[in-house]
Design a protein around this ligand. Sequence first.
Ligand SMILES: *[C@@H]1O[C@H](CO)[C@@H](O)[C@H](O)[C@H]1NC(C)=O
Length: 189
Amino acid sequence: MALPLSLLTVLVVGSGGLSGSVGCVLHQKHILLSGDNVELLRQMQRISTLSCPKDTRDFRFPRTMIEGSQVQGTQAIFVLQEMLQHISDLLLTEHASSAWNTTLLNQVLMGLYQQLEALKPCLVHEMGEQGTALASEGPTGAVRRYFGGIFPYLKEKKYSDCAWEFVRLEIMRSLSSIIALQERLSNMD
Ligand SMILES: *[C@@H]1O[C@H](CO)[C@@H](O)[C@H](O)[C@H]1NC(C)=O
């Protein structure tokens, strides 16, 4: 396996003997948070997409790019961060709280926030030249383009309940890839 940058070392060190060192350790609890979020989003369903035939849209979720075996280490961290941040931004749009049960919505946002915070130490290590490239290319770029299609869709559909329901399903799709990536990262040690 190629070992890009210092991140892998940091991950290994962080989970090995030198606990307390600056590190980037993805704990099992962050994977569990994604599982909780899947469950919360499932509970948030209010309508069926069957009643929204006109709002169907293929956003082309880039699953194979995200879950491909080449997405390892640093790259996986960037992809994770990008996805978590976009989901958070989507759910923080001012119209989201009128579409969803705010109790559940806030729980999801809290889970996303905790995961993003956990990734911060990883990203700080990767702000060098190579990090910047990894942050904009390949799978990360695909994630950005994918979410870049969702925001205008919501706007175009005037943040309707139907549109939000399709977006909820897209978010659940993203969360399952997030879980796959988190498992990959946590298995490295
Ligand atoms: C929101 O969800 C919570 C938890 O399932 C539930 O207790 C509450 O009644 C819901 N609120 C509304 C307004 O539906």
